[in-house]
Design a protein around this ligand. Structure first.
Ligand code: MF3
Ligand code: CO
Length: 267
């Protein structure tokens, strides 16, 4: 199959960094808000209003009729949890997935956060999803193949005794939220499109403490583990540059436009 990949110029990557940093900043702020007693709807409202205050459009709202700006996925929910009046409790884990459209480019990132103190297994699961992302990112090398990323993620997760969700993939990103190529989080290395400078991806391991089978709830969105084991999701928008991989969705707003005279942007 011929896959049309939109490689980005340095200028386009700079624009994607601006979108990405808005997402990274908002996720960092959401993480700081998480404590027992807050509802996922409050987090959604915060994310949407912060994005709009920065001149960005929430990317998920209305996407295939998704009803919110944030995905908030609690415990056995892997992804696409719809914000609600659900109250977060001590010991829960919650995946926050957020995206924006800013000046023509999308940014997309996710983090799984503990609510108060969580047990060791939950901590290890979250750590494994983060470690798997970084293992994958390390395979973002000129001349490599997309499935090198997939394989690195799977090895990392399974070595730690967890399983990889197979029903969802990472993706190219840019002027569209989802571009080619797809990035499965499992598989043999050395397959798929060749990795070149200018490639921009959302690398997003989704993993479970138990079995990897997925069930979609009757709302048509909520994806949870069929065995109801805990799940964790971690995602960044990244690019391959001349100097290696760059994470575009970090919480650093230094090169995001600010109002004249403002010391710190959006503080
Ligand atoms: N991060 C998810 C993705 O990459 C979010 C999109 S879900 C939707 O697909 F809510 F927007 F539909
Ligand atoms: Co994504």
């Amino acid at each position: 199959m011929v896959v049309a990949i939109n490689y980005k110029t340095d200028e386009e990557r700079a624009a994607m960094r601006r979108s990405g940093r808005i997402v990274g900043q908002i996720l960092a702020e959401l993480r700081a808000l998480i404590k027992p007693g807050i509802t996922t709807r409050e987090l959604d409202a915060y994310a949407e209003s912060r994005a709009r205050a920065m001149g960005a459009e929430p990317a998920f709202k209305g996407y295939r009729n998704y009803p919110a700006s944030l995905c908030a996925s609690v415990n056995e929910v892997i992804i696409h949890g719809i914000p609600s009046n659900r109250v977060l409790r001590e010991g829960d884990i919650v995946g926050l997935d957020f995206g924006v459209l800013f000046e023509g480019f999308y940014g997309d990132a996710a983090v799984t956060c503990p609510v108060g103190r969580v047990d060791e297994k939950a901590e290890a699961l979250i750590a494994a999803s983060e470690a798997a992302f970084f293992e994958g990112l390390e395979r973002l090398r000129d001349g490599g193949r997309i499935s090198d990323i997939s394989h690195a993620i799977q090895s990392c997760v399974e070595t730690r005794g967890f399983s990889v969700i197979r029903d969802f993939v990472g993706h190219g990103i840019g002027r569209a939220l989802h571009e080619e190529p797809q990035i499965p989080n499992f598989g043999a290395p050395g397959r798929g499109p060749i990795i070149r400078k200018g490639l921009t991806l959302a690398i997003e391991p989704m993993i479970a403490a138990g079995r990897p089978e997925v069930e979609i709830l009757s709302d048509g969105w909520t994806a949870c583990t069929r065995d109801r084991s805990l799940a964790s999701h971690f995602e960044h928008t990244v690019a391959l540059t001349e100097n290696g991989p760059e994470i575009l969705s970090l919480p650093d707003l230094t090169d995001v436009p600010r109002k004249p005279g403002e010391e710190k942007p959006y503080a």
